[in-house]
Design a protein around this ligand. Structure first.
Ligand code: EPU
Length: 337
């Protein structure tokens, strides 16, 4: 385990931003992680997973610990269900494909989401009508201060829309080391309710979709809308879809009846930030090397050499314009560092 000085993080963040870590170490086992935490107790630390949900606006003046814990296995099974566990450093999409290859159901709608398994509970990742909270059993996490391992059950994680305890009460206190999921072995709950999936399956003439069919449809949809970080730096949805009071929604909806929306409760409605941003005229715009993706306005992109500050400035301009136009505040989903 070698600690490197002034280490470039360009390859470790999917935005492809050039920024350096004062010190950097990759850990490959929980034992190594414990040692690093113990030996560097007083030093400021920054935990790095897949780097797919952050915008680096400055160098990181800390010991960056890259969680590179690999391995996945079946931990239990019965006739109907299987419990699988993955270490935090496994690539999420590869893990999803591994479950589908074995005909384990539950994660297929979340195919091709960038990032590593260990960060999925932090923001309760979700796509096309599924969220990880639907299959999540528990995760193990190490306390940064005490190095004690704690298991968080689904309930303890307090999952919400792109929310969990790890973004709130215990923020920056734990490092997730492994995650366990309960998946179906038969009677899969195929979920094609999300309009885009139905349309994609019809296009492919699939009438009774398998897990693999759903996964392939999701992959096709994502590839058509969302840029591949390997080709164009990005961090997925930059903003959360705002949840607004129903009274405010009525006023906006009467002006823009074509706007899609999702009723959250009697008093709240979730509206698509991508739609708001497109209406405000930002879709496909480019400012130097920072821009808004041409197929999905919720995604900010780095055309090559944008700095984190330049992308942040674009995001602030969007937020202000959306507020001035619609009276709605859209919050960043991505962590701004
Ligand atoms: N829309 C526009 N213009 C755009 C983008 C979207 O009008 O440029 C409209 C669409 O027409 C549609 C609505 O907005 O009516 C929703 O669009 P979409 O289905 O593309 O989903 P989204 O709400 O923009 C969310 C997640 C994505 C996830 C998709 C599919 C958030 C913040 N984002 O996006 O997650 O893949 O749904 O389920 O909830 C991510 O978190 O990084 C991410 C990509």
């Amino acid at each position: 385990m070698e600690i490197l000085n002034q280490f470039s993080l360009k390859k470790y963040n999917t935005f492809g931003i050039e920024a350096s870590a004062r010190r950097f170490v990759a850990v490959h086992s929980v034992a190594e992680l414990k040692t690093i935490l113990q030996e560097n107790a007083s030093e400021k630390k920054f935990i790095l997973g897949g780097g797919s949900n952050m915008l680096l606006t400055q160098d990181v003046d800390a010991l960056v610990i890259h969680i590179d814990l690999k391995g996945k296995k079946i931990i239990r099974e019965d006739d109907d269900f299987v419990w699988v566990e993955s270490h935090a450093g496994e690539n999420w999409h590869e893990f999803v494909l591994w479950t589908i290859d074995q005909n384990f159901g539950g994660l297929e709608n979340m195919s091709l989401i960038p990032g590593n398994v260990g960060t999925t509970p932090v923001q309760n990742i979700g796509a096309y009508g599924a969220e990880i909270k639907d299959s999540f059993v528990s995760c193990d996490a190490i306390n940064i201060e005490t190095q004690e391992i704690r298991t968080f059950t689904n309930e303890e994680c307090k999952f919400g829309y792109r929310e969990s305890i790890f973004k709130n009460e215990v923020k920056n206190q734990y490092i997730i080391t492994s995650v366990a999921f309960k998946l179906t072995r038969n009677n899969h709950k195929i979920n094609t309710s999300y309009g885009d999936i139905t349309a994609e399956l019809a296009k492919q003439n699939v009438t009774i979709p398998t897990l693999k069919d759903v996964s392939n449809a999701v992959i096709a949809i994502r590839q058509s809308k969302l840029p591949d970080p390997k080709e164009l730096g990005n961090s997925g949805s930059f903003f959360k879809n705002p949840i607004i009071p129903a009274s405010k929604f009525e006023i906006i909806h009467s002006k823009f009846p074509e706007m899609k929306y999702f009723t959250v409760s009697d008093t709240e409605v979730k509206v698509p930030a991508g739609w708001l941003i497109e209406q405000a005229g930002f879709k496909g715009k480019r400012y130097g090397d920072a821009g808004i993706h041409k197929n999905q306005a919720l995604v900010l992109v780095n055309y090559g050499n944008a700095t984190g500050s330049e992308i942040l400035a674009v995001s602030k301009n969007i937020q202000q314009t959306i507020f001035d136009t619609f009276g709605i505040h859209i919050e960043a989903e991505v962590n701004i560092i």
